[in-house]
Each structure stands twice: as C-alpha cells, then as structure tokens.
Design a protein around this ligand. Sequence first.
Ligand SMILES: [Fe+2]
Ligand SMILES: [Fe+2]
Length: 248
Amino acid sequence: MSLYAIGDLHLHFGSELKAPGQLHGRVWKNHEERFRRNCAELVGEDDVLLLAGDHSWGKNDAECAPDFRYIEALPGKKVLLRGNHDMFWDAKKTAALNARFEGRLFFLQNNFYPCGRYALVGTKGFCFEGPFYLDRRGRLAGWDEKEKERADRLVEREAERLRASFEAAKGAGFRRFIVFLHYPPTSIIERDSVFTRMAEEYGADKLIYAHCHGETRFHDSIEGEKNGVFYKLVSGDYLNWMPERILD
Ligand SMILES: [Fe+2]
Ligand SMILES: [Fe+2]
C-alpha cells in the first residue's frame, strides 16, 4: 500500500470557471484528463490518494456533484483535506460529509486516517498572505497589522483542529504521523510556526502542503528536511498533475 498526495484540482465540471490570474497557463490546459491518466497509471486500488484541498469551484451540492463523481472515480482510497475554496465544506459539517460519503471518500479534519503504521492527520491550516509593503528597492518593509492579527486568530483556530487530529490518532495508539495542511505551514515572513512546532512536538515524519500556485509562489515556505520533519509542496500545477509518492 502506497500513499500519494496532490492538491488544488480546482474542478469546475458543474460550475462556472473562476480563474484567478495564477490558474492560467499551459499547465492548466486539460489538467483534469491529464491528472486522471496519471492516477490510472500510478495509483492502485489499495493505495491511499490524499487530495490536499481546493477540490471544487462549486458553490452548492448541485454544482459540486460532477466534481465529486470525478474524484470518486479516481483509483485508490480518497482522503480529502479542506481548502480555502471548498465552499461545500463548512468546518462544522465534516462528520456529516463523512456519513454521506462513507466508504467512498474520507474528509480529514478533527479526525485521522489510518495508513499502515502511520496516522494521516491534518487540517486546512492558514498563513498570513499580506498585504505586504515593499520599499523602493523591492525589499520587504512591512505589512498590514490588522490583517496580520486576523490571520493570527485563524492560525490559532486551525492549530486547535490539527491538535485534535493528532490527539485522536494518538488515542487510537498511533505513534507515527504524516501531517497534511492545505496552506503552507509558514508565511513568507516566518521561519517556523505553530504548525511546524506541533509537527516536531508529535514527532511527525513529514508535513505535506499545497495552495501555492505559479512559479513565483512555489518556494514560499519550507522545503526539505527541517528539525527532523520533511516538508513538501504538492499543489497540482507544481507537480504537473503527477501525484507525489509520500509513503511506499
Ligand atoms: Fe488552490
Ligand atoms: Fe488554496
């Protein structure tokens, strides 16, 4: 059994395409079909395929339905993380979603997913994305303090959800963890965060994140090993729609 991960499918089979600037370009051309083919070649039915948020542009059940059908038809056991664009997933409705899609899709928040000796834990996460102010030479000179305070509150709430996920897994006897966040674990002005510290505290092997689109954003956060935790970005355009193998 292998574990694969990728994020940001941004499907819109049943809804109008809302395409912010960063979702344009060749990498997004026919990406649904390219991703489907890559999964068919790579992912077996016993494997776990973790989709790290931003699944659908749909605003309601009807608009999301064809996107869910596409995801359900992918090979493997599908585990979904909440992204900032997933309007169908109210934070309080995770249990209802898990009941509705039981045996077909698993929604990861305040719970965990067993994967061999590992527990997959995760939440949407959050990080401060500005506005940042630059000086005349283009160097970082400051940022919007009010927005930073708002971001700090959202980070705290998401940290509580991640701890609930870790504790649920620990309570079930798991001692090895892979952490999934939709947002990067740190903002561009941080070197660590409550998420990186929590991953270290619980001895997680890896922290996998998505959300960053386009060349200019791919290196916004931690990459590679830091304090015993391995960090990896898995947004779909970064991976050119090839799921990343996380565990063999
Ligand atoms: Fe995204
Ligand atoms: Fe996102």
